[in-house]
Design a protein around this ligand. Structure first.
Ligand code: MN
Length: 428
């Protein structure tokens, strides 16, 4: 028989993230974003109160940088001690963004907080609010930012508790989208004898296994247009029979969204204007009172394509769209149009030139062949970028491209070249 209890699992708070690269956004937007990681974490703790959680576990990257922001440390200290007044414990491990080696303010942390050290895996009892032992919590922090050791292998289950919770910042099964720190295998976590692995590091929410549960809650607040989708924390309920139920709480303070707008069937700019505006208003409605940073992705085949790919056209639409949807200074549920990306195709499929003689036909034939064959598209892109590869950023971008992206790039290059050649022919 187990003891029923409830806990909140969150990770990757990245408190006080600086939101660099937002130099050109209005002050209102920048300010709200700078506060968003704190606001989301307040929502996480409010969820812990509302759900009558017995304790909270935080799986690393509480802070954004190794030299922890003073503001973040002082605010955490206050928020944690408020939880302590309600009898809620807090268990913390540190990850690659906030390892032990970073500079830390010398602060007195409240007694309800336990931060695991980096020397060895420790275990601590976690109690329900009524004082009954609920679980042992095991954890270890990163000593330095780049940990290549398998920390999971050091976890050993002890006798004496009804439930065993392992708290770790780690990359399970070498997820290529994240740095391969504290690498380990799902299979070894599953067979290690714990009931729940509370993980951090991967910023998407993932449930890798059930019974035992192995879970990433994802980060609590999107920090760029690459971090769209719901962001928040898991409320985990363990019943007396050991059944585990996980409920997600979306705690984000500002939403990052990318939404597609098709140009198909739009013959006139007026229709495009209406569609852009509608997409922005839909994003606002779905956010239910929260502000949104929005990227609009134009796609589909249509007659507006040829105009859209001209220099600075997307910028002009973007500036106008910002005017129509209103200034972030005027309402709390603002929508900030971050960018418009053009992924459209011309109304007429260039494939129909493939049988023609001459340069246009040859270009289209080569483009189609390359976009259909991964090796050919790779070779073509390599050849095209040859001189640019000296630039480290371009090299990194080119090397990170997947098969589908390369094929898409070739197809777009072909469409653009074909459109320019057709223009030439009709004007000449
Ligand atoms: Mn992180």
């Amino acid at each position: 028989m187990k003891v029923p209890f409830t806990f909140v699992h969150a990770a990757d708070l990245h408190l006080d993230s600086p939101f660099k690269g937002l130099a050109r956004v209005p002050e209102t937007v920048r300010e709200r974003l700078r506060e968003s990681t704190f606001a989301s974490f307040r929502n996480v703790l409010q969820a812990a109160r509302n759900e009558k959680a017995d304790f909270v576990v935080l799986a690393g990257d509480l802070y954004d940088t190794a030299d922890r922001s003073l503001r973040a440390q002082l605010r955490l200290q206050r928020m944690f001690s408020e939880l302590g007044e309600e009898g809620i414990g807090v268990f913390v491990v540190h990850g690659n963004h906030d390892p032990e080696s970073g500079a830390q303010a010398r602060l007195d942390w409240p007694a309800n907080v336990h931060a695991f050290g980096s020397a060895a895996v420790e275990h601590k009892p976690a109690y329900r609010r009524d004082g009954r032992l609920a679980a042992y919590i095991y954890g270890i922090s990163f000593p330095t930012p780049a940990v290549s050791d398998n920390l999971a292998a050091r976890f050993v289950r002890k006798e004496g508790a009804p439930f065993h919770l392992a708290l770790l910042h780690a990359n399970v099964d070498g997820d290529p989208a994240h740095d391969n720190y504290a690498p380990c295998r799902l299979q070894e976590l599953v067979s290690a004898g714990f009931d729940y692995w509370a993980l951090g590091h991967v910023h998407d929410r993932r449930l890798l296994h059930e019974y035992p549960h192995v879970a990433y809650p994802g980060n609590i607040q999107g920090r760029s247009i690459r971090e769209t989708g719901p962001k928040g924390a898991s409320v985990v309920r363990v019943s007396e029979t050991g059944e585990i139920r996980i409920d997600f709480r979306d705690t984000a303070d500002v939403l990052w969204r990318e939404t597609a707008v098709t140009i198909e069937g739009a013959e006139r700019e007026q229709q495009l204007k209406e569609r852009l505006l509608q997409a922005a208003e839909e994003a606002r409605a779905e956010a239910r009172g929260r502000p949104v940073v929005l990227r609009l992705r134009l796609e589909g085949r249509g007659s507006l394509h040829d105009a859209l790919i001209r220099d600075s056209m997307a910028e002009e639409w973007l500036e106008e769209l910002r005017e129509w949807i209103g200034s972030p200074d005027d309402r709390d549920d603002w929508v900030w149009a971050e960018s418009i990306s053009v992924r459209t195709s011309s109304a007429s499929d260039p494939a129909r030139y493939a049988d023609e003689d001459g340069f246009l036909g040859e270009l289209v034939r080569r483009g189609l062949r390359a976009s259909e064959h991964p090796e050919k598209s790779q070779a073509l892109i390599r050849e095209a970028l040859d001189t640019l590869r000296k630039q480290p950023q371009i090299r990194a971008w080119a090397d990170a491209m997947g098969e589908a992206e390369r094929s898409e790039l070739i197809r777009r290059a072909m469409e653009t070249a074909a459109a320019l050649l057709r223009d030439e022919e009709s004007s000449g």
